[in-house]
Design a protein around this ligand. Structure first.
Ligand code: M6R
Length: 619
């Protein structure tokens, strides 16, 4: 048996930002601002751009969103074709003009995503105090580059990297080489694309699709030089490094709001289509098929224990799936929050398969859990939405969700697509483990094919949830109760409500109420119940009576065919009828819509809730 106590090593730190660089025939400021809008979901505390006017490198920045930066840049009339940009989520250093990027010291203008861990020591060693205006670490890298710059960018970069510790995606312009952009990275991502007249790099593929469908990931510790003439990669000895090109499935059209007031609504609305696409990508002859992804029968046979690791919504998908894997496939399954994984000393054996789930594929805690699992010698499988992301690249096997770009911070379509892939895995394991015959699996797949229609039906009833939201908008606290699968649905429903509407919402397993939480219930407390499981309807009903007896107003989201079992008069939202274990799909879409409309009623920025970022690359 192996244990993972040795995983308790310090995990690398990172920072959450979006960076972009552009050289081309179009106006650089327009492209940079457009790209920063697409990257803003990575962090939106501050934004900035620098572009080359020929005479000097001009910086515009603000401790605010890209929309404000756009106003600032309007006054810029020059026709620049080279520039870099940055959108920041503050970790070290407050949200301020001085801490915003790009930084400029002497000859160097720089944007940085990551953390220079030894920056204080470097300030002291290289006497940089007088050159710095910010309180952060990034400007130190800029000052060092300037110190080491003797007309040779490669030399300055190599010298700087030899003294800094930490993680970085650094993108630089040297003021006497305004036709060139340099970049280098460690851990923090940089992807690159080009066409005949334009070259672009960014933190993720979102902005690249306007340039080309082909892109490549900048390898770690390789220096990129980008100019009008082309893009070259060099190792630290100056040898040219090959670009490993990949193809992007997403296009710019999918990243537009397409007339929806918010991305969150667009993404809720897309679920029929993306669920269909995800399902059909892994089904042949009504049977789950993962051959293209090289998941062999041997892997299903030898995996006797599943350890699922994820964060946030992806963790909730994992929790729901644990019940499926255990009930349906009889496969022992444990689920860990990625941020807790290394401290919990999970007992894993040689036949353990580690399954990591992540929409972005960049969540640092999940990525580190994956890396540690690999170091310990376990087989790793990931379910990821963003193609070419770190988790996708580093797992032994990857199953993509075909949700398309998810831009709203609140995850919606990625969750349902993750569940779709998880259901298929469950049935595949159930077959290998002789719990289901091939015909039985095929019947289950036929049921799964109804899911996209069921979620579309809920979306088409969106006005009902909009009405319902009016009743909730002034709530301070909301409680959600359910048993069995319903409890796991509600964990995700409560997260959606919290993050977009800022209403304090807690989900409880109904049976736990009497062990403490019922003390919170008083006259007119609002309780949302979820009832989709026939076996549990009578107990769930008793729990609703208990809270009503203490003055709670109860509203139940329920499966229509269960209504007849209710003896009490309560407000009801009827979902639609699917097999009990598939009810998560229509139910969660109803809760997504409810959270969305509550946030809209409150006039909040639904897509960019306060304090959050889409990609969490800080532990
Ligand atoms: O990209 P990932 O799936 O790894 O992200 C995990 C969480 O950060 C994410 O699900 C987060 O909880 C969402 N904001 C939830 O809506």
């Amino acid at each position: 048996m192996m244990d993972v106590s040795s995983l308790k090593k310090k995990v690398e730190n990172n920072i959450m930002c979006g960076i972009v660089g552009y050289i081309g025939t179009n106006k650089a400021t327009d492209i940079l601002l457009e790209s920063l809008e697409l990257l803003e979901y990575r962090g939106y505390d501050s934004a900035g751009v620098a572009f080359c006017s020929g005479k000097n490198v001009q910086v515009y920045k603000c401790p605010n969103r890209v929309a404000v930066l756009k106003e600032l840049v309007k006054e810029q009339k020059e026709d620049a074709h080279v520039g870099i940009g940055h959108t920041r989520w503050a970790t070290h250093g407050s949200v301020s003009y001085k801490n915003s990027h790009p930084h400029q010291v002497g000859q160097v203008t720089l944007v940085h995503n990551g953390i220079i861990e030894n920056y204080k020591e470097l300030i002291h060693t290289y006497h940089l105090e007088d050159q710095l205006v910010s309180s952060g670490d990034s400007e130190v890298a800029c000052a060092l580059l300037n110190l080491f710059y003797k007309k040779d960018p490669m030399e300055a970069i190599i010298k700087t990297l030899s003294v800094i510790e930490g993680t970085y995606a650094l993108v630089m312009i040297f003021s006497d080489r305004q036709e060139e952009i340099y970049a280098v990275r460690k851990v923090s991502p940089i992807v690159v694309s080009e066409n005949e007249t334009e070259r672009m790099l960014a933190s993720d593929v979102m902005p690249l699709s306007r340039i080309s469908k082909e892109y490549f990931t900048l390898p770690e510790q390789v220096i990129l030089k980008m100019s009008k003439e082309g893009i070259h990669l060099y190792d630290f000895e100056g040898h040219e490094v090959e670009k490993k090109k990949e193809r992007l499935d997403w296009d710019i059209e999918q990243m537009n709001q397409q007339g929806y007031p918010y991305y969150m609504e667009k993404e809720i609305a897309e679920q029929k289509e993306v669920l269909q696409r995800t399902l059909l990508s892994y089904v042949e002859d009504s049977f789950p098929c993962f051959e293209r992804e090289a998941l062999t029968e041997e892997l299903f046979e030898k995996s006797k224990h599943l350890v699922i690791v994820a964060c946030g919504t992806s963790y909730h998908a994992g929790l729901y799936a644990k019940n499926l894997f255990e009930k349906i496939a009889h496969l022992k399954t444990d689920v860990y929050l990625a941020s807790e994984f290394i401290y919990q000393e999970p007992v894993m054996e040689e036949d353990t398969l580690v399954l990591v789930i992540s929409q972005s594929g960049e969540t640092i805690d999940t990525l580190e859990a994956l890396r540690h699992s690999k170091e310990m010698g376990y087989q790793t499988l990931s379910i990821v939405n963003v193609k070419g992301s770190s988790i996708a690249k580093e797992s032994d096997y990857t199953l993509y969700t075909y949700a398309g770009p998810e831009i709203a911070v609140a995850s919606t379509k990625a969750y349902t697509c993750q569940l779709m892939v998880l259901f298929l895995l469950v049935y595949r394991f159930a077959y290998t483990r002789n719990r289901f015959t091939k015909e039985e699996v095929q019947q289950e797949i036929e049921e799964l094919k109804k899911v996209p229609y069921s979620v579309e039906d809920i979306y088409q009833r969106k006005e009902e949830f909009q009405e319902c939201a009016k009743e909730f908008k002034d709530e301070k606290d909301l409680y959600m109760i359910g048993r069995g699968f319903d409890y796991y649905i509600l964990l995700e429903a409560a997260l959606k409500m919290k993050e977009v509407s800022y209403i304090h919402t807690e989900a409880y397993a109904s049976g736990e109420l009497k062990h403490g939480p019922i003390a919170l219930i008083e006259q007119d407390t609002t309780v949302i119940a979820c009832l989709t499981q026939k076996d549990l309807v009578s107990k769930a009903s008793s729990n609703m009576k208990e809270v009503r007896a203490r003055g709670a107003k109860v509203i139940a989201f329920m499966k229509p065919s269960l209504e007849k079992y209710l003896e009490q008069k309560i407000s009801i939202i009827l979902l639609n009828d699917l097999k009990d274990d598939l009810m998560v799909f229509p139910a969660i879409v109803a809760f997504q819509l409810l959270a969305y409309y509550v946030a809209c009623e409150k006039g909040l920025n639904v897509d960019k809730p306060r304090n959050l970022a889409k990609v969490v690359t800080v532990e």
